[in-house]
Design a protein around this ligand. Structure first.
Ligand code: X2X
Length: 346
């Protein structure tokens, strides 16, 4: 550092520059000028908002030592969202706020959240992410050279389609439904008598607009921000069949290149951004505040809120899929999630 200061003084740098060089941690000299943060959807989706919040907090608290730039649209993996985890592992992506669904091809245990009808309400999601199963999942991710820092949220994935109201499994017969990522989704929709087709989010929107597919499943925030009613999605079924949390993560080498103090800043910022993202994702789609639902109804969309016995009919038909995937994911992990749900605060 003394040599650096002499060097700086020799160049007759203004005093404030020499001062900031002198006070910067030595390790910070090896920081990249920009860290690439991948997301599938950007601002103003809650997902993009929380990623941006993370970047903003880190920049502010590190005085610009760590500059994170959010790349939405899965553009760092050419739109192929199921390659995001691998790309982050390889260092092509430095950081990500990613969906458990998109990472499940590489981390099969993350299929836990796509188990049909495991989580009846938000308290159930929180019980899993905040409890033993969440801890276990973070350990598994860490063992794959990715450092998970915090949970965020995409949301409960509700069913939408262009054809007719869906209130019972029979109503899904023959409907072409776009699904993502994991073969578990194929199994679930096949069991329900629908015709599932896997495709990326980038391909889903044109497929909906041309009618190549009849429907899809996504959180309502995705529905409103992406204006899915303009691509024919006139029927929404609130069935809460699965939910996908998001995970704020960093590539291991990048993480290790940060000073301990900066790591703490990045972690703390992720926790705060995650909390904020969860709030935004849940806003307006609860019985207490149904403003988002009202907005969607205002677009001429029929929203079907299922009664518990109607949900039960879907659960029954998808039970064999649940049982099959419980073994695949790991019975121990799934059982611990079931217990967390059963014991959640109500
Ligand atoms: O592709 C989707 O449906 C999305 C945007 O929700 C995910 O990335 C999982």
């Amino acid at each position: 550092m003394r040599r650096l200061m002499k060097f700086a003084a020799g160049l007759a740098l203004p005093a404030f520059v020499a001062g900031s060089l002198a006070s910067a941690p030595a390790e910070a000299q090896s920081y990249k000028s920009e860290y690439k943060v991948s997301t599938v959807v950007g601002v103003p989706f809650p997902w993009g908002l929380s990623a941006q919040r993370w970047a903003d907090l880190v920049k502010e608290r590190t005085n610009g030592r760590i500059v994170m730039k959010v790349y939405p649209g899965a553009q760092l993996v050419a739109g192929d969202q199921t390659k995001e985890f691998t790309a982050m592992r390889q260092g092509i992506i430095d950081m990500a706020v990613g969906s458990t669904i998109n990472w499940s091809p590489q981390v099969p245990e993350l299929n836990l959240f796509s188990m049909p009808f495991l989580m009846p309400d938000y308290a159930a999601i929180d019980a899993i992410t905040g409890g033993e199963p969440g801890k276990k999942l973070f350990e598994i991710i860490t063992s794959k050279d990715i450092v998970p820092l915090a949970w965020g949220e995409n949301g409960f994935r509700e069913l939408t389609n262009s054809k007719h109201e869906v209130r019972k499994p029979d109503d899904l017969k023959g409907l072409k439904i776009r699904v993502v990522g994991s073969p578990l989704f194929n199994d679930t929709f096949t069991a329900l008598g629908a015709n599932p087709t896997q495709m990326s989010w980038a391909d889903a929107q044109p497929a909906l607009s041309t009618g190549a597919v009849d429907g899809q499943e996504n959180p309502l925030t995705i529905f409103t921000v992406a204006k899915l009613h303009t691509v024919g999605q006139k029927f929404v079924t609130l069935w809460h069949y699965v939910a996908d949390p998001l995970i704020f993560s960093v590539n291991k080498q990048v993480w290790e290149s940060f000073t301990p103090a900066d790591r703490e800043i990045v972690r703390q910022a992720a926790l705060e951004a995650g909390k904020y993202g969860i709030e935004v994702a849940r806003k307006g789609v609860t019985p207490e505040d149904a403003s988002e639902l009202e907005k969607i109804r205002g677009f001429g969309v029929t929203i079907s809120e299922l009664k518990p016995e109607e949900v039960e009919a879907f659960r029954k038909v998808t039970k064999p899929v649940y049982d099959k995937w419980k073994e695949r994911i790991g019975a121990e992990l799934v059982t611990s999630a079931e217990k967390a749900v059963a014991n959640r605060p109500k």
